[in-house]
Design a protein around this ligand. Structure first.
Ligand SMILES: NC(=O)c1ccc[n+]([C@@H]2O[C@H](COP(=O)([O-])OP(=O)(O)OC[C@H]3O[C@@H](n4cnc5c(N)ncnc54)[C@H](OP(=O)(O)O)[C@@H]3O)[C@@H](O)[C@H]2O)c1
Length: 248
C-alpha cells in the first residue's frame, strides 16, 4: 500500500475509544464527471472504489478497466453498502432514488448543485426553505450524516489540484454538515485525496458555496470564465475569504 493509502486507513473509534473499523473504500453513487474524477483520485491515493450509476454496472466496464484492480462497479445499493465514505454525485432531481437502507449510520458526501433548468423546479429549494444537501439529508434521515463537499469546484480542476499535505500550493475545499464526526471523516478523505478543508459550519451553510457565490469555481481559476481556465491553487485563506464574502 502506498504512503498516501496508509493515511487513508483511519480508525473509527466507538464511544469508549475502541478501534472498530478501518476506512479504505469509497462508494460512489453517480460516476459521471465528478464521480469518475473522485474515483481516479481515490485509486491514485490507494483507496478501493465501488462505482455505480443509474444504468447498471455493465455500463461502467471501461471506466473500471481504466481505473485498475482497486475499482469495481456495482449497483447503487451495493456501492452504498460497500463504502466507508459514500459520495452522492448525481443530478439533484434524482435524490429520492438514493438507496436509504444501506446508508444507515454512514457519512454521505453530497456534491449536488441545484439547477432548475436541469433538475426541474423543486419548490423547497425555490423558496429557499432548505438547501439541496438539506433536501438529501431530510430524505435520508437522521442516522445518515450528510456533508456537502466537492460541489464548488469544476471537475477538471478537482482532478488537477491535489497536492501532498503541507505543499505550499495545496488547495482547500469547503465542507458543511451538522455532525462533527462526519465532518472529521470528510476532512480525512480530503486530506487523503490531496486537499485541505475549510469548515463552513452546519449543513445549511452550504449555501455559502453554492453556484453563483464567490466560493463557487472562481477561487480555483484566475478568471471568471473558470471552466475555460487552467486550475489555480486556492489555499485555506482564499476559501475562507470567499466564504466570508458570501455574506449572511
Ligand atoms: N461537473 C462539475 O464540474 C460539477 C462540479 C461540482 C458539482 N457538480 C454537481 O455534482 C453532481 C454530479 O455532477 P456531474 O457533472 O458528475 O454529473 P454527470 O456527469 O451528469 O453524472 C451524473 C451521474 O449520476 C448518475 N445518476 C443519475 N441518476 C442516478 C441514480 N438515480 N442513481 C445512481 N446514479 C445516478 C449518472 O448515471 P447514468 O449516466 O447511468 O444516468 C451519472 O453517472 C450534480 O449535482 C452537479 O451539479 C458538478
Amino acid at each position: 500500500m502506498e504512503a498516501r493509502a496508509i493515511r487513508a486507513v483511519s480508525r473509527n473509534r466507538s464511544a469508549v475509544g475502541v478501534v472498530v473499523a478501518y476506512m479504505v473504500t469509497l462508494g460512489l453513487i453517480g460516476s459521471g464527471n465528478i464521480g469518475s474524477t473522485l474515483a481516479r483520485l481515490a485509486v491514485d491515493s490507494g483507496l478501493d472504489v465501488v462505482l455505480s450509476n443509474s444504468r447498471g454496472p455493465e455500463t461502467l466496464r471501461d471506466l473500471v478497466a481504466e481505473l485498475g484492480p482497486r475499482a469495481r462497479a456495482a449497483t447503487a445499493a451495493e456501492a452504498a453498502a460497500a463504502g466507508d465514505w459514500v459520495v452522492v454525485t448525481i443530478p439533484v432531481k434524482a435524490y429520492q432514488q438514493v438507496p436509504r437502507e444501506p446508508l444507515a449510520g454512514k457519512t454521505v458526501l453530497d456534491t449536488g448543485n441545484y439547477y432548475p433548468q436541469r433538475d426541474g423546479n423543486i419548490p423547497e429549494l425555490d423558496k429557499k426553505e432548505t438547501t439541496d444537501s438539506g433536501l438529501l439529508q431530510g430524505y435520508l434521515g437522521g442516522d445518515v450524516h450528510v456533508v456537502k463537499v466537492f460541489n464548488n469546484i469544476y471537475f477538471k480542476h478537482l482532478g488537477l489540484l491535489p497536492r501532498p499535505a503541507g505543499a505550499a500550493d495545496r488547495s482547500a475545499l469547503p465542507i458543511a454538515g451538522d455532525d462533527a464526526g462526519a465532518k472529521a471523516q470528510a476532512r480525512e478523505l480530503l486530506d487523503v485525496l490531496g486537499f485541505d478543508t475549510v469548515d463552513a459550519g452546519p449543513l445549511a451553510e452550504g449555501r455559502r458555496f453554492q453556484p453563483d457565490t464567490p466560493a463557487y469555481g472562481l477561487p480555483y481559476a484566475s478568471a471568471a470564465d473558470f471552466m475555460n481556465e487552467p486550475p489555480q491553487p486556492a489555499p485555506v485563506t482564499a476559501i475562507e475569504a470567499a466564504l466570508a464574502a458570501a455574506g449572511n
